[in-house]
Design a protein around this ligand. Structure first.
Ligand code: FAD
Ligand code: DHB
Length: 394
């Protein structure tokens, strides 16, 4: 078994693990990142597309915002639509801030490139990754790469390995509490190299189901429709997708829709999930390893970024000022925000989707939520504040 040593061993090289590694490097704290997937696989994954302004600032502070500012598109608002009626949420007017359209895929490419430029160590395609002795002062992570077994001795382990990772399972069952809601539908998303149908995002509730118009650039659109969990990507030809998307967006938007051949199409399930606590001994969970939100509020990536901002600050206090107060409060600080973001993502999901066996009362409630937002500046401001990102209270 080959041995290595570092201060923080990071399991998972998604946005949470990579950004944490960068923030620690900037403060002179060493880390090694380990992922079970290859670099090519990680850099090709298509996921989120909207950054809160606080996330934009965090990426700037980390020194990796240059391409995001060059290629990303600031958005000052987005639209809600309900059976053809439309209402714009003026994010900038209500909060003074924008959100930034910049794909998670691009952000991940930027982070990996920067870590490797700076001789940061990322182990790709590792197998049998296991966190060990997480309660002891010298926890370890074992893994296998290129046919060799390795053991990394460290002070702390950051579990940034997503919902299906191994880190959570190092927390004993009698300590870990989990909270979950699984939604009875998925999102079918596609990418197409055609200009977006509208300059801003449109979240639409239609009696046939939810639809979302988003984008990656002025020439690349990302569109989603709610689908059945039994559906397979192969069931949805591009033509079937365009027909359904047009119906749900309504004739006004459909008239401007430029269709074409998609070059990516995938189905994602929707889930709300929280694991408590987010710290156990010297193991800290961050991002999707600790919580999942349904994508309707565009919050998953942003929550992951918020967690590692808190965690990196806590490590800096630990290593530079011998102060463990932030590490001790890591779980408490993060969970307060996590639950508020879970609430918003749940609220948006409940308002905008068609649920199987919905009663007439529930349908009227959805419409009343929409009408309340349309008619109340306070309600619109609340949506804008949540969408642009709640303040990070460290
Ligand atoms: P991840 O990005 O999941 O990264 C975890 C990393 O850990 C991965 O690289 C994985 O390979 C690695 N890993 C897993 N297990 C192990 C192991 N045993 N050992 C070592 N490494 C391991 N959010 C939105 O806001 N909008 C969207 O449209 C959207 N779409 C999504 C679509 C899909 C299919 C998924 C899965 C998520 C989507 N999300 C979306 C959520 C958002 O992308 C996540 O919240 C975000 O990726 C969280 O970042 P993370 O770094 O915590 O986790
Ligand atoms: C995108 C995804 C979301 O979940 C969302 O709420 C907004 C945009 C996107 O992939 O572009």
């Amino acid at each position: 078994m080959k041995k290595k040593k570092t201060q923080v061993c990071i399991i998972g090289s998604g946005p949470a693990g990579l950004l944490l590694s960068q923030l620690l490097h900037n403060e002179g704290i060493s880390s090694i990142v380990i992922d079970r997937q290859s670099r090519e696989h990680i850099e090709a994954r298509v996921r989120a597309g909207v950054l809160e302004w606080g996330s934009v600032e965090a990426l700037d502070e980390a020194g990796i915002g240059a391409r995001m500012h060059k290629e990303g598109i600031p958005h000052a608002g987005f639209e809600l639509a309900f059976n053809g009626d439309r209402h714009r949420i003026d994010i900038k007017g209500h909060t003074g801030k924008d959100v930034m359209i910049y794909g998670q895929t691009e952000l991940t490419v930027d982070l990996i490139a920067r870590r490797l430029e700076q001789a940061g160590e990322i182990v790709f395609s590792a197998s049998d990754v296991v966190p060990l002795d997480v309660k002891s002062p010298s926890p370890k992570v074992r893994y296998c790469a290129n046919g060799e077994n390795y053991e990394i001795e460290c002070d702390h382990i950051a579990g940034c390995d997503g919902f299906h990772g191994v880190s959570k399972s190092a927390i004993p069952d009698d300590v870990l509490k989990t909270f979950e809601r699984v939604y009875p539908f998925g999102w079918l998303g596609l990418l197409v190299d055609k200009p977006p149908v509208s300059e801003e995002l449109i979240y639409a509730n239609h009696e046939r189901g939810f639809a979302l118009s988003s984008m990656r650039s002025k020439t690349r659109s990302r569109y989603y429709i709610q689908c059945s969990l039994n559906d397979k990507v192969e069931d949805w030809s591009d033509q079937r997708f365009w027909d359904e998307f047009s119906l749900r967006m309504g004739p006004q938007i459909a008239a401007d829709l430029q269709t074409g051949d998609s070059f990516e199409k995938s189905i994602a399930p929707l889930r709300s999930f929280v694991a408590e606590p987010m710290r156990y001994g010297n193991l800290y969970l961050a991002g999707d390893a600790a919580h999942i939100v349904p994508p309707t509020g565009a919050k998953g990536l942003n929550l992951a970024i918020a967690d590692v901002r808190v965690l990196s600050r806590a490590f800096v206090e630990h290593y530079k000022r011998n102060n463990d107060a932030y590490l001790d409060r890591y779980s408490e600080i993060c969970l307060k925000r996590v639950w508020k973001v879970e609430r918003f993502s749940w609220f948006m999901s409940m308002m905008l989707h068609h649920f199987p066996n919905m009663s007439a009362f529930e349908k009227r409630m959805q419409r009343a939520e929409f009408d309340h937002i349309v008619g109340s500046e306070t309600a619109s401001r609340s949506v804008a504040e949540n969408y642009v990102g709640l303040p990070l209270e460290i």
